[in-house]
Design a protein around this ligand. Structure first.
Ligand SMILES: C[S@@+](CC[C@H](N)C(=O)[O-])C[C@H]1O[C@@H](n2cnc3c(N)ncnc32)[C@H](O)[C@@H]1O
Length: 355
C-alpha cells in the first residue's frame, strides 16, 4: 500500500467516513470508495476533481468489483477487446451518456480493468496504459487531432458532396430501407466521428440503444459536446466508446446492426474490420456502410492498381475500385445478401449475417 494525495471538491465527504480502497492514475481517473456501512463505489472524472481540499488516502494497485453489480444496458454486448469475454460493470447508475458517475468495467476472464472519462469508455487494448507510443496508420491518426474533430461537421464532411454524399439526413433516410429488418434492436455506429449519425439514430427512436464508437478521443469528445448542446437529447439511449475497429469490444453475435459512415476506406485493414463486424453481428444482423468508389472514367487511369497500393502505404487509406470489390469483401467475411446504392462515386452497401 502506498499513499496518494487526491484533490476533491465535489466529493460528499460526510458519507465517506473511511476511504479504504482507491485506484487512481492520470489516465484512469477514477476512485473506488468504501464507507463504513458497506460498499459505496464512486468513479470520478479527474477533470471534475479540482482542488480545494486535499484528502490523503491509502491506495491499492488493484480494486475489486461486485460481481452482482452489472451494467444494465449493453450488459450482454460490451466485452473485453483482449479475450472477448463479458465485462463486469460496478457502477450503480446505468451506462449511458447521462450517467452521473463514470463507469468502471473489468474483464471477468483476464481481469483487465477498463475505465471511462467524462465523455467515453475506453475499450481499446491500450486502455489504462500509454500504448508505448504505438501509432496506427495516418488515416486513423489524423482524426485524433482536436482541430480535425472541430472542423469535421463544420465544413469537412460537407466537402464529401463532391463525391456524391448527400449529407447525414438524406443518407440516413436512404439507410432506413436497409435497416428495416433490425429496427428496435441495438446499433453500433462504427467510426462515428463526431457522431452525426449516432445522434440521428438515438433521436429517431428506431433503436433500443446506440453505441457510438470511434478510435479518436477528440471525435468522441466533440460528439459528447454536440449531445450536451442539444435540448431534450435522449442521453439514456447512447453510450460513447473508444475502440479500434480491428478489435471490437463486443461479444460475438450480440449486435443487431453496425453502421459505418464514410469510414471503410479509413480503416487500416478493411477485411480485418469487416471480419470483426461479422463476428459481433447476431444471425440476421445487418452491416450498412458508405464509402466511395474510384471507377467509371477513373478506370482509364493507367496503373490504377499499383497506384492505390502506394496510396495505401503512405496514407493507410484504402481505395475501392468497384462495387464488386466491396461485395467480395463482405462475402469473404461471411456476410450475404449484398445490396448497393450508387450516386456518382458515393456508394451505400449492406450485407447480412446469415441466419
Ligand atoms: C471520415 S470519418 C467518418 C465519420 C462519420 N462516420 C461520418 O459518416 O462522417 C472516419 C472516422 O473513422 C475513424 N477511424 C479511423 N480509423 C479507425 C480505427 N482503426 N478504429 C476506429 N475508428 C477509426 C476516425 O477516427 C474517423 O472518425
Amino acid at each position: 500500500m502506498g499513499t496518494t494525495a487526491v484533490n476533491m471538491r465535489n466529493l460528499s465527504s460526510a458519507s465517506l467516513l473511511r476511504v479504504t480502497r482507491l485506484g487512481y492514475s492520470s489516465q484512469q481517473r477514477f476512485l473506488l470508495l468504501k464507507n463504513t456501512t458497506g460498499f459505496i463505489k464512486h468513479a470520478f472524472a479527474a477533470t471534475r476533481i479540482r482542488a480545494s481540499s486535499t484528502l490523503l488516502a491509502e491506495t491499492k494497485a488493484d480494486f475489486v468489483l461486485d460481481d452482482d453489480k452489472k451494467f444494465d444496458c449493453c450488459k450482454n454486448t460490451l466485452a473485453c477487446p483482449i479475450c472477448y469475454k463479458p465485462l463486469i460493470y460496478n457502477c450503480d447508475s446505468s451506462l449511458s451518456a447521462d450517467s452521473p458517475t463514470q463507469p468502471i468495467l473489468r474483464c471477468r476472464n483476464c481481469r483487465k480493468a477498463y475505465s471511462g472519462n467524462d465523455t467515453h469508455l475506453d475499450l481499446t487494448i491500450n486502455s489504462g496504459s500509454n500504448g508505448n507510443g504505438e501509432a496506427l496508420p495516418a488515416s486513423t491518426e489524423i482524426f485524433r487531432f482536436p482541430l480535425m474533430s472541430f472542423i469535421y461537421e463544420r465544413g469537412y464532411r460537407q466537402v464529401f458532396s463532391i463525391f456524391g454524399f448527400s449529407g447525414p439526413e438524406k443518407e440516413f433516410e436512404l439507410m432506413k430501407d436497409y435497416l428495416n429488418p433490425v429496427l428496435g434492436g441495438n446499433i453500433v455506429d462504427a467510426s462515428c466521428g463526431s457522431g452525426m449519425f449516432s445522434r440521428l439514430f438515438a433521436k429517431s427512436g428506431l433503436f433500443s440503444h446506440v453505441i457510438a464508437l470511434d478510435f479518436s478521443e477528440a471525435m468522441l469528445q466533440q460528439c459528447s459536446e454536440f449531445i450536451e448542446q442539444e435540448e431534450h437529447f435522449p442521453k439514456g439511449k447512447i453510450i460513447l466508446v473508444r475502440a479500434d475497429i480491428s478489435r471490437l469490444p463486443f461479444a460475438s453475435g450480440t449486435v443487431d446492426a453496425v453502421h459505418a459512415g464514410a469510414a471503410l476506406h479509413c480503416w487500416p485493414s478493411p477485411s480485418v474490420a469487416v471480419a470483426e463486424i461479422s463476428r459481433v453481428l447476431r444471425p440476421g444482423g445487418l452491416f450498412v456502410a458508405t464509402t466511395y468508389i474510384v471507377d467509371g472514367p477513373f478506370s482509364c487511369i493507367p496503373l490504377l492498381q499499383p497506384l492505390r497500393q502506394k496510396f495505401a502505404q503512405v496514407s493507410g487509406s484504402h481505395v475501392f475500385l468497384s462495387n464488386k470489390e466491396l461485395e467480395d469483401l463482405c462475402a469473404a467475411c461471411g456476410l450475404v445478401d449484398f445490396k448497393v446504392t450508387r450516386n456518382r462515386m458515393f456508394v451505400m452497401i449492406s450485407a447480412t449475417k446469415p441466419k
